[in-house]
Ligand binder design. Structure first.
Ligand SMILES: [Zn+2]
Ligand SMILES: [Zn+2]
Length: 698
């Protein structure tokens, strides 16, 4: 199989490729709270670059049409044999590469279907010495313009990262990642394209992190090294979450983390950076104020407003009162829920309801929520302490979160409140509350294991109440339904957010956000943290508070926005910063690129078909009947006729291809087998498996 493991390269014509939308939109509400599928993302990544060569499939099966899904159809186009031609050592007509980025997520909003620029189906290893030619000079800005570039987080939910540049100084806000969907099987994360920063790394003065959710900190281990490890500034909780994650990458240089508080100010190059507290679902969330000669540029992070019945609480009011008195030039703000009317449920209301439920549940209460919803988890623990119930914490993420909160003193509870799962039997059921991960139905989460009886320590049954204190992240509906069915089968009762107000999001609804915009009243506004449609809704919301349309911008990743003429006008440059999709995958011994992804999908959908032929090196004669191994295509035992025909075909291909050829070229033989078997299998099965011919010369 030696040869077949090689990935051949050949030129590809960009014009042959369909345009594709970029839809790595995870989940509108809270990607923040999802947990990584791999505890340590393991640090190898590749990306598409410009002008590189594109590898073909290993084995070079003349594959294609059905992998090129139109973003609009999702169907397999008809098989077109004319597209495939294979010749000795040569180029094959390479069909368009699967636009896996284009698999339509219809639900993600109409905007996701807007085709923006051609997808470049090209891969290169991340190697910062191979630079894409940037048309922009990399030196300090010679103008007096303020440059703002969203590198991630604005055509999607996830991988938030924004750059502010003024004269010689560059400041970065956040460095998140996103979780890919089924478009890229097996890929762990998608991170922002930081080419622009790598080219200018000596001018980076610091990276400021708004809060500790993974769509804001997840990219750090893959990025810091490559941009020269600039200092990180953030609040305590976030710093601990960053360090905890970084500890899973012991080979990386230590981070330079500086813990600041909201009353701190930091000199970053010639600019001063200040902070303000924002309300979110994780403690220590903050907004960032970068002072420029023309006013403040404000990066608000994820936020909601702390209120009860739409009356803003005094502490929150004070923060925005202070901000409202400043000269605020520019604001970037979260669009996750600004398409929803009114105000979000107050977390206080949710907490009141939770308290009632905890008090009145006659049996054991199992509460499942996101480990990152730490504010609520802390509240539940405190409440249990107050009314004399014991708490079991279950699930790795939840245990970690609670440990961090204890360490930092954010959670001050008597250690007697906590008991181990084994000790539960010693207490009456109505004195026990279990807080666990798994409200999204994740396969191996604590709650899922309880529900399907694979949890070693916690069994649920009649009398137990399972409370799902979370919303349903779009895409998880079926898993959650399975989860509920399983719980129900055990005889437990289920409470979810549709039966009781027990969940509220960490992101502001429209009227709430409008309140913030009125308080901050920036001259310029840029929405972030959503796909295009929701960004537009948020921009329109900002306009409704009096910000002129020409002073708002609906950004794309990599768009370069400048405040020009002494920050009098907002201009979008025609140049762009690189914003390719950068994938993180696997152990770091190999790489992931489109070839790998395509093979994963083919293997999953059509299987693999392997043919081993032994030929005489001199005469080219086949020495015995070919061996055939196949997985995932047909059940071989019941497909004897297909195998027999395939063997005959192989024999014919070998004979024809070696006729008159001296010396024998195994590559040529393999291509001939691949082509004839590919066509034959498609005729017989309408499948296009990965075909791996192996030619052994003796
Ligand atoms: Zn976020
Ligand atoms: Zn968040």
């Amino acid at each position: 199989m030696n040869e077949d493991n090689k990935q051949h390269t050949q030129p590809t014509s960009p014009s042959s490729q369909p345009n594709a939308t970029r839809t790595f939109s995870a989940s509108p509400d809270d990607l923040d709270r999802m947990k990584p599928r791999h505890p340590a993302g393991r640090g190898y990544y590749q990306r598409r670059g410009a002008g590189q060569q594109s590898p073909a499939t290993p084995g070079g099966a003349p594959r294609a049409p059905h992998h090129t899904r139109s973003p609009h159809s999702g169907n397999r186009p008809a098989y077109g044999p004319a597209r495939t031609s294979t010749h000795l050592g040569g180029r094959r007509d390479r069909p368009p590469v699967p636009d896996y980025a284009a698999r339509g997520t219809q639900a993600a909003g109409a905007a996701e279907h807007i085709t923006r620029r051609p997808h470049r189906h090209i891969t290169e290893q991340i190697d910062d010495t191979v630079k894409k030619k940037s048309t922009l000079p990399t030196g300090p800005l010679t103008t007096d313009n303020i440059r703002i570039i969203p590198l991630g987080g604005v055509e999607e939910v996830g991988k938030n990262m924004t750059v502010l540049e003024y004269k010689d100084d560059i400041i970065i806000i956040d460095a998140g990642f996103s979780f890919p969907g089924e478009e890229v099987p097996g890929v762990d994360y998608i991170i922002p394209d930081i080419t622009y920063l790598v080219e200018r790394k000596e001018r980076i003065r610091g990276i400021f992190v708004t809060h500790g959710h993974l769509d804001h900190i997840g990219g750090i281990p893959y990025i810091m090294d490559r941009i020269g490890n600039p200092p990180i500034y953030t609040r305590m909780m976030t710093s601990v979450l960053i360090k905890k994650r970084q500890s899973e990458f012991p080979h990386l240089p230590a981070l330079n983390i500086n813990v600041i508080e909201t009353n701190s100010s930091v000199k970053a190059g010639n600019m001063t950076v200040r902070f303000f507290n924002v309300t979110h679902t994780v403690p220590d969330a903050m907004g960032i104020i970068i002072e420029t000669p023309y006013g403040n540029c404000i990066f608000a992070g994820d936020l909601k407003v702390d209120h009860i019945d739409q009356k803003v609480l005094p502490e929150e009011q004070a923060v925005y009162d202070a901000l409202s008195k400043e000269n605020n030039l520019f604001m970037m703000s979260d669009s996750t829920n600004t398409w929803r009317p009114g105000w979000s449920h107050s977390e206080h209301t949710i907490q009141d309801n939770l308290k009632e439920i905890i008090k009145n549940t006659p049996g054991r209460l199992i509460m499942a929520t996101f480990a990152s919803l730490l504010v609520r988890v802390i509240f539940v623990i405190k409440t249990c302490e107050e009314i004399g119930k014991k708490v079991v914490i279950d699930g790795r993420g939840m245990i970690n979160s609670v440990d961090i909160a204890k360490e930092l003193g954010i959670l001050k509870a008597d250690s007697k409140v906590f008991i181990q799962p084994e000790e539960m039997e010693q207490y009456p059921p109505n004195k026990v509350v279990v807080i666990a991960t798994g409200a999204q139905g994740d396969e191996y989460s604590a709650l899922m294991r309880m529900s399907n009886k694979t949890h070693r320590k916690i069994k649920i049954g009649k009398g137990d109440v399972v409370m799902l204190s979370s919303s349903i992240i779009p895409g998880n509906e079926r898993r959650i339904q399975t989860l509920k069915d399983n719980i129900s089968r055990q005889g437990s009762r289920i409470l979810d957010y549709r039966l009781a107000e027990i969940h509220s999001s960490g992101h502001a609804n429209a009227d709430e956000a409008a309140w913030v915009y009125r308080m901050v009243h920036p001259r310029f506004f840029m929405p972030c943290h959503a796909g295009h449609f929701m960004l537009r809704m948020n921009a329109e919301l900002a306009q409704s508070t009096g910000i002129p349309e020409e002073n708002t911008v609906i950004p794309d990743n990599g768009m370069i926005i400048e405040l020009q003429d002494k920050a009098q006008k907002l201009v979008i440059l025609k140049e762009r910063a690189a914003s390719e999709i950068v994938m993180v995958d696997g152990l770091g011994t190999g790489g992931v690129n489109e070839v790998v992804i395509r093979d994963r999908k083919t293997l999953a959908e059509d299987g693999v078909f392997m043919i081993v032929v032994v030929i005489d090196a001199k005469s080219g004669k086949m020495l015995r009947s070919p061996d055939i191994v196949s997985r995932g295509l047909v059940y071989l035992k019941e497909s004897q006729e297909l195998l027999r025909q395939a063997r005959l075909l192989v024999r014919k291909s070998v004979e024809q291809s070696v006729a008159g050829m001296r010396p024998i070229s195994p590559d040529y033989v393999k291509n001939a087998i691949r082509e004839s078997i590919g066509k034959y299998l498609f005729q017989q099965t309408h499948k296009r498996p990965v075909i791996l011919p192996v030619v052994i010369e003796v």
